[in-house]
Design a protein around this ligand. Sequence first.
Ligand SMILES: NC(=O)c1ccc[n+]([C@@H]2O[C@H](COP(=O)([O-])OP(=O)(O)OC[C@H]3O[C@@H](n4cnc5c(N)ncnc54)[C@H](OP(=O)(O)O)[C@@H]3O)[C@@H](O)[C@H]2O)c1
Length: 333
Amino acid sequence: MSLQNKQVLLARRPAGALRMDDFTVRTREFSEELASGEILVRNRFVSVDPYQRLLAGGGDTFTQPVSVGEPMPGWAAGEVIASRDPKLFPGDKVVTYLGWQIFGICRGESARKVGLRGLPLAAYLGVAGMPGVTAYLGIFDIGRPKAGETVVVSAASGAVGSAAGQLARMHGCRVVGVAGGGAKCRHIVEDFGFAAAVDYKAGDLSGNLRKNVPEGIDVYFDGVGGTILEAVLPLLNLFARIVLCGHISTYDRPETPGPKGWDFLLSRRVRLEGFIVGDRLDRWLEALGRLERWAAEGKLRYEETIVEGLENAPAALLGLFQGKSLGKLVVAI
Ligand SMILES: NC(=O)c1ccc[n+]([C@@H]2O[C@H](COP(=O)([O-])OP(=O)(O)OC[C@H]3O[C@@H](n4cnc5c(N)ncnc54)[C@H](OP(=O)(O)O)[C@@H]3O)[C@@H](O)[C@H]2O)c1
């Protein structure tokens, strides 16, 4: 028997800001023949994440870039519809790396079976998935804030930043978020309990940030790079830590010159550490267990933007770089 599979492919290497014609959608026959140990999955949600711009660009990145003509890789949540893995059964809900397509086949051991303990399936791509783990390990393993310290988080209304800020707050820190626009700033204060928010689109970023961190910055969780990182550097306290998690402001502008103010890293004895969540697989189980529990209990809150239709995944990714989404961005299929 064969199925009709819809896939979103990379049509060409993007240059600068993403365009719709960087992607194409195709439907083709898909054989559901499974080898021993494999599962066939029907995706219900596919994840839209900033790093997919880097994969499409094909440059120096932390993981294998996607080739032109190939389906876009990415996280997906769905259900097993056939299995030759003795541990997985039709109907099981799984998170896989099957990417932007409706059906996919993978090894059973590469899929994570999820129990839906009080959380909807899409949450396993966000707060109880890779972005949540990034926030958890970035805060607790890399930033290591102490209670009472000031933590600044950029991309603070996004999947990683909103969780990172809340985890630091739960740990007893004073957390200030940086986000684009008044609505997102209000949201992180009112809904996520940030102590303050700074709108990086409102002008005088350095002045507004300074006003909101009267005791300086002890930990900066950076998802943006560029001018926000530049505004943070002079405000760092002695022995501050920077969690270099992402630099979304330059993903489609790799020629952007680095921030000014590197001298502060030396004079303030700052520890700056780049980290990739996939390098720390041994820490995922602890993180996922806690994130899932805290989210189900309502202690860790999250927001998501759900776009309908696989063919709309490219537009969703374009919109992510224009700040159109709020919280975790997923496509329902
Ligand atoms: N190191 C790792 O292992 C790892 C893992 C996951 C994610 N990351 C990185 O963490 C960062 C956040 O990821 P995410 O999953 O939370 O993304 P997300 O939920 O898709 O949110 C992206 C955020 O980036 C902000 N943004 C977009 N363009 C911007 C710009 N030019 N300047 C400032 N802010 C901008 C958007 O909000 P505004 O409207 O406020 O601009 C949005 O909140 C990204 O850099 C991502 O690559 C790293």
